[in-house]
Design a protein around this ligand. Structure first.
Ligand SMILES: Cc1cc2nc3c(=O)[nH]c(=O)nc-3n(C[C@H](O)[C@H](O)[C@H](O)COP(=O)(O)OP(=O)(O)OC[C@H]3O[C@@H](n4cnc5c(N)ncnc54)[C@H](O)[C@@H]3O)c2cc1C
Length: 478
């Protein structure tokens, strides 16, 4: 039986895996391979939390392959060299993989595809990650979309998502070629186990993704449109790291949501599918505007008067010691679990880029290192949206007030009390703005900052003043 290399990347699953399926359909014995080559990601090599997740996800994939009679071979080194060595050693006639959309990886994959085809190999790549690949949707003029609503309308009008395919029950095995290195040799898991608490919240791997989807459909989905903005509740799916690592197909999520459509759930299902649409939009933008992880989408912000951050202020923000409880709660949730609620991501981002007037790149880099769902497309969209520099962004002059945000979305102060436990002893009205209750703060939480590192009113005024100056310099900005 002829052999095909199946090059696993962010598609760490056996169900709904077009590259694996192509090998089987073509009558090949698949040789599953993972190659660790972080330098090929350009400036955006995966961060520490992503690597910790990846270690466990590869372990899970390895287990499911072995249960079916195959095995995952791990390698460290340049991808093309490794694939060529493997082709020679296994006698493989074909190489299959599922596509990635990060600019550096797209370019690398194009080079690899060309080189391997020139050697006479059958090489194919597939979509495993998206409902619609970035180049399949465009405006009537044939240009990329810059605004979500028309993008999503066009996407819905033309999408034909694949049917779900179960994981193969068994796989042929091949012993030809090198066995590869151990998972520990990839050095993905942290040497000091600072990620210990993560794993009470997460189960990386395909089975964990399916469990998360099932839990969502049986639980939070039924109130999703109302609760998705409530960080004090389990109101969202928590599927983001599973989707990022390709442990579940986005189209399986959509099919499963649609299957539970009945009276009373329609609005929640439509809202959940629309949120998946933001992930699609993020990939559309990253593909068409590949410079945006580092540069403002809106170039009129290039001369904006950001404040060079002091080390102390940036450290206080990262550690959740700004003195603004909802901001601190979010950053501590992130540090402890590797994830932060979407509403709170917006609040902490707004405080950094507006009250502190720190360039969004600093926030994006911190998230990149600490989120288990760190994703170049979604992180770039999220930060540029929050900062007001992005496509279809919240305008810079819309400055979130973190006190009113906390009062609205964490009305009982439960989220704050959970992640900033030193404030749990304060009565609810004091939890969102403890500096207004100095005596209570001194008595109940003497170690908590007495004032925000940037005063809310002064920070807002200074941000709006900087925005006014920027508009004078670049008047066409909205
Ligand atoms: C500053 C900032 C940075 C962000 N960085 C990332 C990131 O690195 N990786 C990431 O996956 N998401 C990012 N997001 C988007 C969003 O916060 C997360 O996708 C969401 O919180 C994940 O939780 P969930 O799976 O429970 O979401 P749900 O509400 O259950 O949504 C389902 C899925 O839809 C997608 N989705 C939902 N909202 C968005 C959105 N606004 N943008 C893109 N996709 C979305 C996600 O894949 C998510 O898993 C960021 C948002 C902001 C404001």
């Amino acid at each position: 039986m002829a052999t095909a290399l199946v090059w696993f990347r962010n598609d760490l699953r056996l169900a709904d895996n077009p590259a694996l399926q192509a090998a089987l359909d073509g009558g090949y014995t698949p040789v599953p391979v993972y190659i660790h080559a972080p330098s090929e990601h350009g400036e955006w090599a995966p961060g520490a939390a992503s690597n910790a997740w990846l270690h466990r996800s590869l372990d899970a994939l390895s287990g499911t392959l072995e249960e079916r009679g195959s095995r995952l071979r791990l390698f460290v080194g340049p991808s093309l060299d490794t694939l060529e060595t493997l082709v020679a050693a296994t006698g493989a006639e074909a190489v299959f993989w599922n596509r990635r959309y990060e600019p550096a990886l797209e370019q690398r994959d194009t080079r690899i595809k060309k080189a391997l085809r020139q050697q006479g190999l059958h090489v194919e790549s597939f979509n495993s990650a998206l409902l619609l690949e970035p180049w399949t949707v465009s405006t009537k003029q044939g240009t990329p979309f810059r605004v979500f609503t028309p993008f999503w309308k066009a996407a819905l009008a033309q999408w034909r998502i694949p049917a779900c395919e179960a994981a193969p029950a068994s796989l042929p095995s091949s012993d030809a070629g090198p066995a590869g290195v151990s998972l520990d040799a990839l050095k993905l898991a942290p040497a000091l186990d600072w990620d210990r608490a993560f794993w009470t919240h997460w189960q990386p791997g395909e089975a964990g993704a399916e469990d998360a989807l099932e839990a969502f459909v049986e639980g939070a989905l039924h109130a999703y449109a109302d609760d998705r903005d409530r960080p004090d509740r389990i109101g969202t799916s928590r599927l983001s790291p599973h989707l990022h690592f390709g442990e579940i197909a986005a189209w399986r999520v959509v099919h499963t949501l649609e299957e539970s459509r009945r009276a009373g759930t329609a609005a929640h299902i439509d809202t959940a599918i629309k949120e998946l649409g933001w992930r699609e939009f993020a990939h559309h933008l990253l593909h068409h505007f590949p410079e945006t992880p580092a540069s403002n989408f809106n170039p009129r912000f290039d001369g904006f008067d950001w404040t060079p951050p002091s080390r102390a202020d940036l450290d206080a923000w990262r550690a959740g010691r700004t003195g603004v409880p909802i901001v601190d709660a979010g950053l501590r949730e992130l540090w402890t679990t590797g994830w932060m609620h979407n509403r709170v991501r917006m609040i902490v981002g707004s405080y950094l880029t507006k009250h502190m007037r720190v360039h969004w790149r600093h926030g994006a880099e911190w998230f990149w290192d600490t989120l288990v769902d760190a994703d170049l497309a979604s992180n770039t969209l999220g930060w540029q949206w929050v900062a007001g520099t992005g496509a279809d962004a919240a305008p810079y002059f819309r400055v979130f007030n973190p006190v009113t945000q906390a009062e609205k979305f964490d009305p009982d102060g439960a989220y704050i009390a959970r992640w900033v436990p030193e404030l749990a002893a304060l009565p609810v009205p004091a939890r969102s703005a403890p500096w207004r209750f100095p005596e209570l703060l001194r008595d109940c939480a003497p170690d908590y900052p007495t004032h925000p590192i940037v005063d809310l009113a002064k920070g807002r005024d200074a941000a709006l003043e900087a925005y006014r100056r920027q508009r004078e310099r670049a008047p066409a900005t909205g």
